[in-house]
Design a protein around this ligand. Structure first.
Ligand SMILES: [Zn+2]
Length: 244
């Protein structure tokens, strides 16, 4: 009924946080260096989402000694990789937690179509669904320029970028005068390798979510604020569509 719909929406506006109508279940995709971390922080603040990053949540489950956390710990203690099914289980514990009832933001998961299918099935069982998959893109050459421009101070880990945020004096930290170095992770050859892995893992996922009409692309060469504005506008549109 159009009347009740209008009433509902005006109530939403009157109560100001505009974005608390329905749950917001998001996945964040993007290569290293495209600004995913910054956007994740802002989205958590904007929408009060539970942020589920694979590495963090695995460590947390281990620390809290949940059933799956204990399982994961066994593998980690033996120096083995934690198998897919355990990782999926830990992620799903997070998704099903009380705190994530209004929404979640997944980062670093899923990494494969198999994981994506497991996620879809599991949240489907809970009568929930993904709202969108936010993919922040940037050309490889731009990523390589950004990451290989990073310099880190050996003493306290202060980070500079010779292109965008250079130190006052070459190779010296502004804050404590110690030497700046390029971390191994930021060397061009390493960055290229990380990007190869990323593309290999991600292109099937991009296709998977595109087929489901969930994928939204964002231009990671824009400023973080521009990307953030674009994401917010996209989410606002999705939510209005959702209400209709
Ligand atoms: Zn320093």
């Amino acid at each position: 009924m159009p009347g009740s719909r209008f009433l509902r929406r005006s109530e939403v506006h009157a109560n100001s946080p505009v974005f608390t109508v329905s749950e917001l279940n998001l996945i964040l995709l993007g290569p290293p260096g495209a600004g995913k971390g910054t956007q994740a922080e802002r989205l958590q603040e904007d929408f009060d989402l539970v942020y589920i990053a694979t590495g963090d949540i695995l460590r947390k489950a281990v620390a809290e000694g949940t059933e799956l956390g204990q399982k994961a710990k066994e593998y980690m203690d033996n120096g083995d990789l934690v198998p897919d099914e355990v990782i999926i289980g830990v992620i799903l514990e997070g998704v099903e937690s009380e705190a994530a009832q209004d929404g979640f933001l997944l980062d670093g998961f899923p990494r494969s179509v198999g994981q994506a299918e497991a996620l879809e099935e599991d949240i489907g069982r809970l009568e929930r669904r993904l709202t969108a998959v936010l993919c922040i893109e940037a050309p490889d050459e731009e990523i390589i320029r950004r990451l290989s421009g990073r310099r880190t101070c050996v003493k306290s880990g202060h980070v500079y970028n010779i292109h965008t945020d250079p130190p006052k004096h070459d190779e010296v930290c502004d804050q404590d005068g110690s030497r700046l170095v390029q971390r191994d992770d930021d060397r061009e050859a390493t960055v290229r390798k990380r990007l190869d892995v990323y593309h290999r893992q991600t292109s099937p996922l991009v296709e998977f979510y595109e087929e489901r009409g969930l994928l939204r692309r964002f231009d990671g060469t824009r400023s973080p604020t521009e990307v953030h504005d674009h994401i917010r506008a996209t989410i606002a549109t999705l939510r209005l569509e959702d209400e209709l």
